[in-house]
Design a binder for this molecule. Sequence first.
Ligand code: B12
Length: 212
Amino acid sequence: MADLIQLKDSIVKGRLNDAVDLTRVALDEGTDPQLLITDYMITAMQEIGQKFQDKQAYVPELLMAARAMRGALNLVQPLLVGEKSVTIGKIVIGTVFGDLHDIGKHLVASMLEGCGFEVIDLGVNVSADAFVKAVKEHDADILALSALLTTTMNYMKTVIDAMDQNGLRPKVKIMVGGAPVNKLFADQIGADGYSANANEAVHCAKQLLNIQ
Ligand code: B12
């Protein structure tokens, strides 16, 4: 029988193969896929996120946990198609135009996905037009922007202006992040939310949609 506590621990410890094997066994035994996500995978990401905040884990551990979680989630996701209850909101995310840094964005996207959001990741070097198109096409609840350079962070304001010009601003909440970004900057450019790391990004997204 699949040991589900061990599944959670294998994600926390970033053991991809163990996480995938245990998930496969659990699914073969008929375990509810939604239960696997909410009670074990999400819990694991919350646990590693907390360790990160408490400085008991660092970026490599977060990346490994995210990788293990994604591997396990890949097995579960096809079984969830049409189960709307699993998705608590739709988020379009990307690193802004001129910026190629994606490690932090990837972490944020994985954590949001692990915590029940549907995430559409546009990648790096994303133009304002591409963000507008994606928000319209996917009817996103939240737009999440990442920037790692002082030269590209101002482009976040360009994206927010573009949302406004296209009549999307009242419909979509915008959260921003990345090493040079802070709360003051987020307020100045008219973003709705900011967070300093991937774990807080989940709280921020939930708050923006009044979840919990
Ligand atoms: C790795 C790295 C690179 C890699 C990127 C690889 C990749 N696939 O991402 C490469 C080698 C490509 C690179 C290139 C460059 N880089 Co670089 N890079 C870094 C480095 C060392 C680490 C960044 C990182 O991944 N951190 C780890 C992640 C986990 O942290 P994070 O990105 O901050 O993300 C967290 C939070 O910020 C937040 N977050 C991030 N995004 C979002 C989004 C939302 C919505 C939310 C809520 C939260 C959030 O949550 C994340 C997880 O906790 C930093 C130094 C540093 N300490 O930051 C320099 C750094 C960012 N780079 C820098 C520079 C200058 C460059 C180059 C211009 C160098 C050059 N001369 O070519 C180029 C620019 C290329 C470009 N056009 O983008 C400077 C920027 C200086 C500045 N103030 O503008 C830095 C700070 C290094 C330095 N000290 O000089 N870089």
